[in-house]
Design a protein around this ligand. Sequence first.
Ligand SMILES: NC(=O)c1ccc[n+]([C@@H]2O[C@H](COP(=O)([O-])OP(=O)(O)OC[C@H]3O[C@@H](n4cnc5c(N)ncnc54)[C@H](OP(=O)(O)O)[C@@H]3O)[C@@H](O)[C@H]2O)c1
Length: 287
Amino acid sequence: MTTEKILVTGATGKIGRELVPRLLAAGVEVKAGTRNPDRGRSLFPSGVEVVELNYNRTETYDAALTWADRVFLMPPPFSPDAHASIVPFLDWAVSTRVRHVVLLTGMAVTDFDELPLRRVERHLEDQDTEHTILRPNLYMQNFHPGFISRQIREDGRIRLPAGQGKVSLVDVRDVAAVASRALTSDDHFGRALTLTGPESLTLEEAAEVVSEAAGRSIPFESVGDEDFRGILSRSGWGPAEIEAILGLFGSIREGGRAAIHPEGEEILERELRNFRSFAREHARSWD
Ligand SMILES: NC(=O)c1ccc[n+]([C@@H]2O[C@H](COP(=O)([O-])OP(=O)(O)OC[C@H]3O[C@@H](n4cnc5c(N)ncnc54)[C@H](OP(=O)(O)O)[C@@H]3O)[C@@H](O)[C@H]2O)c1
């Protein structure tokens, strides 16, 4: 039996960094694609070949793809241009020996057929190549090391336009574990898996969990879109990304991110990580 060869795009990102070691442990050959190979080499063991890959530079495609049987495809974060930047790479991939693409998008993308990530999904669904789509909810890791942790450390509180909407936060380690299973078997061809954590919390409840773990009060304040634009803009986010993040929080406010889905637990055959244990694990990061 030949060893499967898997290209992980976005390898330095939240999911990629968890996924690469899991695939190695599963016994497959892994290439890690990143715009910054030097940084990539510092993150992974020597058994991983790190290649330059930039969706906007077609000259980087061949070195990453000619070798691969399967691809984990990570769109750029919160990008309104996700469709335009990733489709040329996807088309290139399906024209090579790649036989399976695992695409990561997001929960509830099917609510709007013209969302960039939904358009990427539809493009993939139209190809002859086998595919699996992973649609995770908001990551717990936004609380650490992501942008919410910065708010907590700098401002002592959490300010998001989430209202009283509930969200079934998911841990990236569980998303990466499901991605690894999908990439190392043929069992999930043609499936779209919504990946959530095991409970649904308002952001106020999430802030209480963080406060309890940190041993001090870290209050939640629901802010309006205009205030949130200012908060993100002062943190260095660009206007287009800000609008994409506002769309995400609008979906939380309207209840579109509250459901709990069983797929992750079914595939991993274990309970998924909950937010309380995540907060305890990272309690000192909010000091
Ligand atoms: N954050 C969340 O809570 C969440 C939840 C559900 C779904 N998602 C979705 O997940 C996707 C990624 O978000 P994230 O927060 O996980 O981001 P992330 O951790 O920053 O990872 C994004 C990766 O994309 C790569 N990338 C960016 N531009 C690229 C380009 N032009 N060519 C090749 N690679 C490029 C980056 O790799 P290099 O810098 O190494 O090139 C980076 O590793 C987004 O589509 C988002 O909607 C995010």
